[in-house]
Design a binder for this molecule. Structure first.
Ligand code: SF4
Ligand code: SF4
Length: 544
């Protein structure tokens, strides 16, 4: 565990829900005392690389954050501009009735007991400035009308709390007015970025993506090596040699994966699963070393950055002359695709409406973006009997499924992964209803917060998810949590190691790859991880 955090679970779980002594309008934060709960500031080299304003090296514990001289003017002008541009922003600032329905729905509030992590109060941190400077009541009555003066401490408080929101949108599911606090967080982060304030774990991946096409900074030749290694590893398990085309002009489909899939564990086994699947169905596809990242860290920074990072996928699709795009297991790539792509870089009229070359299914839902989710694609293959699966090969796994926030809440991809899992595994169990599907709990590390220095807050924020995993582990002996997001796969292993040891993390297509019967394969002795297969003779007991 990280240097800033050495508390035991018994200690962390004793959460104090009593309101603090100081008034909520007091913005002061003791960053030194709160180590483990915030992320390091963006390094100047990354801010500079992205041509963003006011690059400088700074640290949250510094007294002086080296703000530009006219910082106040910049923020107030930034709020004004956003109020004029986004009707939803003005509505969200005006219509909250403080009913409190969202208050206990945020995983960070549940795990920390800090009232400013209640979505309603998080939003109020910005709303109070709006009231003070943009409403008549606030201008006349100030704090009596819920207004607060904009000070440097308010800016520091924004940094602390708006980087303690994973933009997961769970609170919005429960708000009777449809207020989306994630959108408010996005506005607040954009405003902070006007002052050169951001976190390095967002700016570095974004800068890497500009330089190399992926967040990890993997250059094209290393990308090629990794993909070829994966094909070798797959051959060791299956005996089947698969192709790994890169920059194949005129291929039917451009495949986009998050970079962790070909670089990190446990993502890598999911990548092997894709390769096995594409080979088995004879898909005419290509990867691209320049669009070697599905994830879009721009979503955690600004709309402009979303657009810039998303554009490379479509530029590559155009350059390679593919018909459509197949997007793999990633969370924020799909939020961007589903909610923003069309108005930012679309419609992608130079591509064709996606049709599965194997089943003939037309993916009308992707009519405009021309990008199909791998779970939709695979579920369609299974439904049309185009692949053979032997679920007994996953009998050593008792599986549950974590709905990643973005695919579930931002695009409604709920049934497809479950359909795949029920066909690929004999042992599948759901976590409690109020923790899955649209009401899923965040991993606690989304929206660029999956770094080390804020580990305490991540583990606290992940507590509700881990608690539901513990429930199915204790009740059904679940030993693996499957998911379809690269951030989940990167951060859930630490979370579970802390709260629910003995439960592993995997991708859905890792389980597909295990179960997939490939033409000409050797008898499988191990799964894709190299773990010996132990079937139970097909005596599955999955929940319906
Ligand atoms: S549920 Fe909606 S209206 Fe109620 S306090 Fe929360 S944001 Fe405001
Ligand atoms: S979007 Fe998620 S993290 Fe942010 S306030 Fe709402 S529930 Fe909490």
């Amino acid at each position: 565990m990280a240097e800033h955090f050495n508390k035991k679970p018994e200690e962390v779980v004793r959460i104090d829900y009593h309101p603090p002594q100081k008034a909520w309008m007091d913005p002061t934060i003791d960053f030194e005392k709160k180590r483990g709960n915030w992320c390091y500031g963006a390094a100047a080299k990354n801010t500079k690389y992205l041509d963003l304003p006011h690059p400088r090296d700074w640290h949250p514990t510094d007294e002086d954050w080296k703000l530009p001289e006219n910082w106040k003017e910049i923020i107030l002008e930034g709020i004004k501009e956003r109020l004029e541009k986004y009707r939803s922003f003005r509505l969200f600032m005006d219509i909250c009735v403080r009913c409190g329905a969202c208050a206990d729905k945020c995983h960070y509030f549940i795990g920390s007991g800090d009232p400013k992590n209640m979505p309603v109060l998080r939003a109020e941190l910005l709303r109070s400035i709006y009231r003070n400077d943009f409403t008549t009541a606030g201008k006349i009555l100030g704090q009596y009308a819920g207004g607060r003066e904009l000070t440097v401490d308010v800016i520091k408080e924004w940094f602390y709390y708006f980087f303690q929101c994973t933009e997961c949108r769970r609170c919005s599911v429960f708000c009777p007015y449809g207020i989306d606090t994630a959108e408010i967080t996005m506005h607040a982060r954009e405003l902070l970025s006007l002052l050169g304030i951001g976190i390095n774990w967002i700016m570095e991946p974004a800068a890497n993506c500009f330089r190399t096409g992926n967040h990890l900074g993997v250059p094209p030749h290393a990308f090629k090596d990794n993909v070829e290694f994966a094909a070798d590893d797959l051959k060791d398990v299956t005996g089947v040699e698969v192709e790994t085309p890169i920059h194949k002009k005129g291929a039917e489909v451009l495949v986009i994966v998050p970079s962790a899939d070909y670089f990190g564990n446990p993502h890598y086994y999911t990548f092997l699963g894709y390769l096995a699947l594409f080979h088995e169905i004879g898909l005419d596809f290509t990867f691209s070393a320049y669009a070697s990242e599905g994830g879009n860290f721009g979503l955690f920074h600004s709309r402009e950055m979303i657009k810039r990072l998303n554009a490379k996928i479509y530029a590559e699709a155009k350059r390679l002359g593919v018909k459509w795009i197949l997007g793999c297991e990633c969370g924020h790539m799909w939020r961007v695709l589903h909610q923003y792509m069309d108005t930012m870089n679309g419609p992608a009229d130079f591509l064709e409406e996606p049709v599965s070359p194997i089943t003939g299914t037309r993916f009308e839902n992707a009519k405009s973006t021309k990008m199909v989710h791998i779970c939709e694609f695979t579920a369609d293959l299974i439904q049309n009997g185009k692949i053979k699966l032997d679920p007994r090969r996953n009998d050593h796994w008792k599986v549950t499924f974590h709905d990643s926030c973005n695919p579930a809440r931002a695009m409604g991809l709920i049934e497809e992964p479950r359909y795949i899992l029920r066909n690929a595994c004999n042992y599948f169990y759901e976590m409690p209803e109020n923790t899955i599907k649209e009401q899923t709990f965040c991993c606690g590390s989304g929206s660029g917060l999956g770094t080390d220095e804020n580990l305490e807050m991540r583990l606290r924020g992940g507590l509700p998810r881990a608690n539901a995993v513990k429930y199915v582990r204790d009740k059904h002996g679940v030993n693996v949590l499957s998911c379809i997001c690269a951030i989940d796969k990167a951060t859930l292993p630490d979370l579970l190691k802390y709260w629910v040891p003995d439960v592993d993390v995997c991708g859905v297509h890792e389980l597909v790859g295990n179960a997939l019967i490939m033409k000409g394969e050797n008898e499988r002795a191990t799964d894709l991880r190299g773990t010996p297969i132990k079937t139970n003779g097909g005596q599955g007991e999955s929940q319906p």
